[in-house]
Design a protein around this ligand. Structure first.
Ligand SMILES: Cc1cc2nc3c(=O)[nH]c(=O)nc-3n(C[C@H](O)[C@H](O)[C@H](O)COP(=O)(O)OP(=O)(O)OC[C@H]3O[C@@H](n4cnc5c(N)ncnc54)[C@H](O)[C@@H]3O)c2cc1C
Length: 392
């Protein structure tokens, strides 16, 4: 007689297998039907979230799973948050702008170089030894990660004293809008992220689908933004150390707010390269000064929590901005013949509106000379320097 099951599950992915295990643990008989006969060639579970680990915990196999991991033991989850917090403990406040400007430039240079190098490597190997190209890239990437893991493991963590007064929930954090300078900065940053991501995912679509640019031109436009950022980062860093992060943030976010409007005037690739240079210049200032402002504005004991809340709010803003942008993309009337230009104009309007409403709601926390935004602009672009040999 054919065997009978209480439940039949079609599909043996994580959801199907997880469900089968859970039902089996409850004494329910299950048949799992999977069309694949072997494992997928693409790894799809490199990072496991705490929620996923909860399942392994209840199935009683979390220790075996941890024992199988490939990453070295001290490798941090949420590495960016932990790394940012650690470095802000290490680097004195007065040198953060310069240090992070230099560091981001170094990382950016290596990133651009590794993208170009891996592209060239695949190009060379792709005709005859396709997998050898990937093998080389992955081996180099693994070696580089182990090198950085080694250096991070040699860093000492400055001692921290646990103080219950520094523990606060996300809701408690949000309730302090009136008195918290840092929260007002987070709201500004979240709103700017929302307005930015209304349009941000669609620049690539506009270039490739609407303007029909070739991949080479598209790549050249991307590289322009990255190169401008590499040149600008140390300049922003030096100025942030001198005049404070808030002034740099106000200038750079104003420039970043204007960028979508530049796309309306012309779609000539040479002109767009210029726009991308301005974009890389402006956004490198926003990223650097916003990151450094967090380190200035919150005490070391609260820093990790505040960076995490900042990332949560910006992540939510990014999600809603992109989703709303996607909704509007096919509904706004075309501008100069392109529907997406209407979206860029709307994003620019929102960015400027949030800038005008919120950029003055938070203040600088370090003592810094009063410099107007245009004085700062002329100094950063090298016309009338406030820092450097010309000034000394
Ligand atoms: C490149 C990549 C990297 C990822 N990295 C991570 C990561 O690091 N961490 C993480 O948590 N998540 C990661 N994910 C996401 C994760 O893989 C998915 O969320 C997860 O696989 C979804 O599980 P699922 O069971 O819903 O679907 P699937 O994994 O798609 O499984 C569905 C299964 O059903 C089978 N099937 C379909 N139709 C039939 C049929 N008619 N008959 C029989 N069988 C059928 C399919 O063959 C497949 O095996 C990644 C995804 C991708 C693509």
């Amino acid at each position: 007689m054919a065997k009978r099951y209480q439940v039949i599950i079609i599909g043996g992915g994580p959801v199907g297998v997880g469900l089968a295990v859970n039902l089996g643990l409850r004494g329910i008989s299950v048949a799992l039907v999977e069309r694949r006969v072997g494992l997928s060639n693409i790894p799809k579970g490199q990072n496991l979230s705490p929620r996923t680990l909860e399942h392994f915990y209840f199935w009683g196999c979390v220790d075996q799973l941890r024992a199988e991991r490939l990453m070295p033991r001290p490798y941090p989850i949420s590495g960016i948050t932990a790394y940012g917090s650690l470095m802000s403990d290490y680097v004195p406040a007065k040198k953060r702008g310069q240090y992070f400007g230099w560091r981001n430039r170094a990382v950016g240079t290596v990133t651009v170089a590794s993208i170009v190098a891996s592209g060239l490597l695949l190009n060379v190997f792709h005709q005859r030894y396709y997998s050898a190209g990937f093998w080389m890239i992955f081996s180099l990437a693994a070696a580089a990660r182990y090198c950085s893991g080694y250096f991070i493991s040699r860093m000492d963590e400055p001692p921290h004293r646990k103080d219950p007064a520094n523990d606060f929930t996300f809701i408690m954090f949000l309730r302090r809008f009136r008195e918290s300078n840092f929260l007002r900065f987070v709201v500004f940053s979240g709103c700017l992220t929302f307005a930015t991501y209304l349009a941000a995912p669609f620049f690539a679509v506009f270039m490739l689908r609407d303007l029909q640019l070739s991949y080479v031109t598209y790549m050249a436009l991307q590289v322009c933004a990255s190169l401008a950022a590499l040149v600008a980062l140390p300049l922003w860093g030096k100025h942030a150390d001198l005049v404070g992060n808030v002034r740099v943030l106000r200038l750079s976010s104003f420039l970043a707010a204007l960028i979508p409007s530049f796309w309306l005037f012309s779609q000539n690739p040479a002109y767009l390269m210029l726009v991308q240079l301005v974009s890389g210049f402006a956004w490198s200032g926003v990223t650097l000064s916003a990151g450094n402002f967090i380190y200035d504005a919150v005490t070391p004991q609260k820093r990790v929590r505040c960076i995490a809340y900042f990332n949560v709010i910006n992540g939510i803003a990014l999600f809603f901005g992109s989703s709303f942008g996607g909704y509007l993309a096919s509904r706004l009337p075309p501008l100069f013949g392109y529907p997406l230009l209407g979206l860029f104009a709307f994003s620019c309007f929102c960015r400027l509106a949030f800038y005008l409403l919120l950029s003055r709601t938070f203040r600088e926390v370090r003592a810094a000379p009063q410099v107007s935004i245009h004085e700062l602009f002329f100094s950063v672009v090298g016309i009338r320097p406030l820092v450097g040999p010309a000034r000394d």
